[in-house]
Design a protein around this ligand. Structure first.
Ligand code: KG4
Ligand code: ZN
Length: 342
């Protein structure tokens, strides 16, 4: 069988999700044969954030049985595989190392080539994976996750220019920190979105940091501090309504900045498609606001499906499949790189 037709096994272990997928490209269209994500949320929750050592131990326990189970689910044996792909970075060094060295060992043991994949490239292509359509170029990609916030001008296949990123906290990180300030559980994003539905976004006047900075840089730490000061200045005990209003005001401030900067970039670079991906793109208020903005300026909008927005192996496997198809696979001779950039 042509190697391009053979199934690919993909492994993601860059942070606190162990995930494994088996995928095949059929005439350029991704066919996901099996996909599993083991969330470690319950193990990290008591600490209010991701604990690297806990993550490492979980990856070590989960990975091997998951690979076995996913292969059975896909009806594929190791000898059927055309490629094994694993996340090379960016991420937590100790987490990356588990998935990456496992992939190297498995590949060596069953004579299957192994490739390292950039986690951000996985996020970047996830809207196309969600829509089961081939990537379109050029386009503008907004990637908003717990570790990153960036606007990428995707000029052509494998040609990226990061036109803006955050100077401090990532958007998801700001959601998590604000949730913590308000006494809510980790991860904060989904909880803040839920509470915001019952809140008045106008009650507190939170800053739209860097919205008119004239460039594409983001900053969310000032917004988080504004929420803290507002909370401290509230007279009396904090009520559920105060919390809901703060969640709504904070969320709206983040959305206004993400929409404003995306719009400016679409217009400046004359791009006709905006994609959004990463954990924060699970936020339906954000997706609705981006859709409205794109409709107003006559630009297509493609959000990632929430099931491929947070960290997952399907997006890593898809990026590997696209790279293999174009003959631009990265050699796994390279070591992991916790600071790998696009
Ligand atoms: O992409 P992801 O799974 O991990 C990284 O690569 O960082 O993103 C996780 C982030 C967390 O900060 C989480 O709070 C945020 O995505 N998130 C959300 C929502 N769901 C997850 N933020 C806002 N609204 C949501 N509904
Ligand atoms: Zn991620």
């Amino acid at each position: 069988m042509d190697v391009l037709m053979k199934p690919i096994l993909g492994i993601e272990s860059s942070c606190d999700e162990t995930s494994v997928a088996v995928m095949q490209l059929e005439e350029g269209i991704p066919r996901l044969l099996a996909h599993q994500i083991a969330s470690q949320l319950e193990h990290h929750k008591p600490f209010g954030g991701v604990v690297p050592e806990v993550a490492t131990r979980q990856h070590m326990q989960q990975l091997d049985p998951m690979v076995e189970s996913v292969l059975v689910q896909a009806g594929v044996s190791l000898s059927d595989l055309g490629l094994i792909a694993a996340t090379r970075g960016p991420g937590l060094a100790s987490s990356l190392m588990i998935g990456y060295t496992y992939a190297q060992g498995l590949g060596a043991g069953c004579a299957v080539p192994v490739a390292g994949i950039n986690h951000m490239e996985g996020h970047l292509f996830s809207p196309f994976l969600s829509a089961e359509r081939e990537p379109v170029y050029p386009h503008l990609a907004l990637i908003v996750s717990g570790g990153h916030t960036m606007l990428v001008h995707v000029k052509a296949a494998w040609s990226y220019e990061i036109i803006g990123k955050t100077r401090d906290d990532a958007a998801g990180e700001a959601f998590d920190k604000v949730a913590k300030l308000l006494g809510m559980e980790y991860p904060g994003g989904p909880e803040v979105e839920k509470r915001a539905c019952e809140g008045d976004a106008e009650r507190f006047d939170f800053p739209r940091s860097m919205l008119h900075s004239g460039d594409y840089a983001f900053s969310f730490s000032g917004l988080k501090t504004a929420v803290r000061y507002t909370l401290e200045k509230l007279p009396g005990a904090v009520t559920d309504q105060d919390r809901a209003d703060m969640c709504a005001g904070f969320q709206q401030a983040v959305i206004d900045v993400l929409c404003g900067k995306s719009k400016k970039a679409l217009e400046e670079f004359d791009l006709k498609l905006l994609t959004v991906s990463g954990g924060v793109s699970c936020n339906q208020m954000l997706v609705t606001a981006l859709q409205k903005m794109c409709d107003e300026i006559g630009v297509d909008f493609l959000p990632s499906n929430p099931k491929f927005s947070t960290d997952n192996a399907a997006m890593i496997t898809y990026a590997a499949a696209l790279r293999q198809q174009d003959g631009v696979l990265l050699s796994v001779q390279e070591d992991i790189d916790p600071n790998l950039s696009l």
